[in-house]
Design a protein around this ligand. Sequence first.
Ligand code: TEU
Ligand code: CA
Length: 546
Amino acid sequence: HSDGPWWKHAVIYEIYPRSFQDSNGDGIGDLNGITSRLDYLHSLGITAIWLSPIYPSPQVDFGYDISDYENIDSQYGTLADFDRLVAEAKKRDIRVIMDMVMNHTSDQHKWFLESESSRDNAKRDWYVWRDPKGYDTKGKPIPPNNWISVFGGSAWQWDPKTKQFYYHEFYKQQPDLNWRNPEVEKAMFNTVKFWLDRGVAGFRLDAVPTLFEDEKLRDEPLTGGTNAFGDPNVSDIYTNNLPEVHDVMRRLRALVNQYPGDRVLIGETYLPSVAELDKWYGGAKHDELQLPMDMQVGMINKLDASLFRTRIAQAETRIDGNQPLFVFDNHDNPRSWDRYGDGAHDAATARIIATMLFTTRSTALMYYGQEIGMVTSTPTRKEDVKDPIGIRGWPKEKGRDGERTPMQWNDTKNAGFSTADTTWLPVASDYTTVNVQTEQETPDSLLHWYERLIAMRRNDPTLRDGASAMLDKNNPSVLSYIRKGVNGSPSIVVALNFTAQPQTISLDMQEAGVKATTVKTLLTNEPSLEQTNSLNKITLPPFASW
Ligand code: TEU
Ligand code: CA
């Protein structure tokens, strides 16, 4: 195919390395484990894997607290294991994307250890240090302002030795770097080069809208009420999505562009609107990230046809011809199975989500276990919680362990994930029926649904590049759209019933400027729809995908 850069048509699979495959029996997944499962990923049709952080780390936030950007944590393997993974992946046409955390380091990183050592250390200004606002009557230092950490409590941590606070958007073991200091950019860009030289296909940029904070450190406006940790709710206008970040993104893109092979920048970009999202591409200049994540679509959290219609259409019309990237599942949010399922039709809604992911024009990004219908298994006792958010926020906030449980490969011990007696998180209880092997042997399994969609998406010119238009636009219950044929390939129509009632639709092709002569079903989960041969009065059973 010569229809644009590889990332436009990639099927990207996020691996949470701790939870994918353990190769040495310590109950924790590792790189050699991933390498041993590449054939599976290849057979599924995956063309790129994104690895959540595997760098040396105290693992306070399971790798998102990095203490060395140019090595591999011994829990996961070695640089040699990494090189072998990249080489073996390449043999199967699978690219490897690294997670890059630029907002903060671990408090055990040598940069921070130097920075905190004294006020006049050369790296003092690499992090965000500030004097206290004053001292209260008991002599307790008062933080510079009211900023609240995403993980609860003040975002300022007092250092008694140097008598200043440092800023941390996330956990206190994750001090924020000071991106106003050019040395920080230089050092971080050097680590980017280190991995590009090693052959990675690109980066997923963690928490990237939060690189900069307001220079004047103004108090955030209060937004009312308290969060799950009991802190006052504040807005994030002074800590999130500041305009300065775009200059860094343009320079990072220029750096990546120096390498052959269309290396890609993917952004973890939770943003308030499509207008903000467009800026992350560099708008019509296309000179920032190729794929900032669109969190507006995949995090709607309810099967609302109108909302999906509006947001998918916005991703077509309001991002200056850039490439959308929808995300339904990741390591930070309950799995889509539970967010969209109603408990009675979960298998059908999981097929609807998969269909949207692979039949819209978006580059596809999925999360391990999504293809077999893994559920969110939230801990029921505080003592079992591993995620710091859950430990701090219990019981209101139970953390993210539920969406990070071990991959379910088969119905043997630990679902085939590990030979250890205990795994770092328990395997979900449904593994005897929900697992790769069982689903491979079941013709109408969710796994086969994913395989079929992925194969169509990869090979069909219409699904690869056909223009997209919404159909039956006022229907509150059914989401319908067309992908228009490319160079003579047939157009493809998709209709998804978002309700528990049958819905009868008639699709007017004139509206889309397409002449429909013959109608043929390509894929459906409903036998009654297989013989459909007209676009008039199609009755979709509850939660049908057609
Ligand atoms: O997440 C950034 C982020 O915005 C999260 O706070 C997210 O909103 C939250 O986890 C939802 O529960 C990234 C990583 O994806 C996350 O795993 C890390 O903990 C975080 O950065 C800090 O590095
Ligand atoms: Ca291991």
